[in-house]
Unconditional design. Structure first.
Length: 322
């Protein structure tokens, strides 16, 4: 009997101590301390059990600074542009001068709480332009551009050598899928850092040449390659070198997460993707074999028919990291 009373007394004492003691947890939105039993922050109302964005309700992690769904700042005590500390009554960051209320992109009208637009990657403030300037002067970026130029020239050389050897389409060396994707993107790297829009390759119709024409002299290349096999080996080596160069591009460990984000955003490149899609051209009715833009145009559509499809190229422009 005594033991059971003692256990009850100890449990009551323990619960009272837990109520008086506040666990050193801080709300990820406002920094206010909360206990382990709290489901919502008593200061800002943010959910603490499975964190959620106070603006749109999307699920977030405690270490998230920006909501992935609506792009709003989740850490009210920090500037979302530079990571500097802000008091609740400050409308502008005292370190970088950017507004707490965010910046609207002039290109796509998206509200942002970061230095580069989260939708179109347009630089929005002085921090973004500084990051772009540093990226252009970065020796690693310059090296990547130089390798991209060599890859482009090697590819042209392989095509010229293959044309001389056989009438079959020029073949590139056997490489991994990762390197093949890299090879398809280095032209976009060149276009971006030369401040040009990437252009899709267009096939030209064969022209009828005059009967008498002198053969063009062979194209001269700066790379000293003797054989096709040597060119292929050099191509593989340059792809590996490009991969290693891109993997070495890391921000300074002393940067705030916000400035590290600027580092990577300044090194994004535009990637032009062209895909073939099937589109309906016209509908052929079974009744008379006529072509219609849709079945309703036929006087006897109940007899059925079939759609005739064709292919169309669709272009999409996306952003990818170096």
């Amino acid at each position: 009997m005594y033991n059971s009373q003692q256990k009850v007394k100890e449990e009551v004492t323990k619960k009272q101590a837990e109520k008086q003691h506040v666990v050193a947890n801080k709300c990820p939105n406002c920094g206010y301390a909360y206990s382990a039993d709290d489901k919502f922050c008593s200061e800002c109302g943010m959910g603490l059990k499975g964190n959620s964005c106070v603006y749109c309700g999307a699920a977030t992690q405690p270490n998230h600074e920006i909501c992935h769904a609506c792009g709003r700042n989740l850490q009210a005590e920090l500037c979302s542009f530079c990571g500097g500390k802000m008091t609740p009554d400050e409308a502008f960051c005292s370190d970088c001068g950017n507004p707490r209320t965010g910046i609207v992109c002039s290109c796509c009208n998206t509200l942002n709480y970061r230095s580069f637009c989260r939708k179109c990657n347009t630089p929005l403030n002085a921090l973004a332009h500084e990051a772009l300037e540093e990226a252009r002067k970065d020796p690693k970026v310059q090296k990547a551009v130089a390798i991209a130029i060599e890859l482009q020239e090697l590819e042209q050389l392989l095509q010229e050598v293959t044309k001389e050897e056989t009438a079959l389409p020029p073949e590139l060396p056997e490489i991994s899928e990762e390197n093949r994707e890299l090879a398809n993107q280095y032209k976009d790297l060149l276009a971006t850092f030369r401040q040009q829009e990437p252009k899709s390759e267009k096939t030209e119709k064969p022209k009828v040449e005059p009967p008498k024409i002198e053969p063009k002299p062979p194209k001269k290349f700066t790379v000293n390659i003797v054989s096709k096999e040597e060119a292929m080996q050099k191509y593989r080596e340059k792809l590996d070198e490009m991969q290693a160069t891109l993997a070495s591009m890391l921000p300074d460990a002393g940067m705030t997460p916000q400035l590290q984000r600027n580092y990577y955003s300044a090194r994004k490149v535009q990637i032009l993707t062209i895909i073939k899609v099937k589109v309906p051209l016209y509908w052929v009715c079974n009744a008379y074999g006529c072509q219609h833009s849709n079945p309703e145009e036929c006087v006897e559509p109940w007899k059925g028919g079939k759609w005739i499809y064709g292919e169309r190229n669709e272009q999409t422009l996306t952003w990818g990291y170096l």
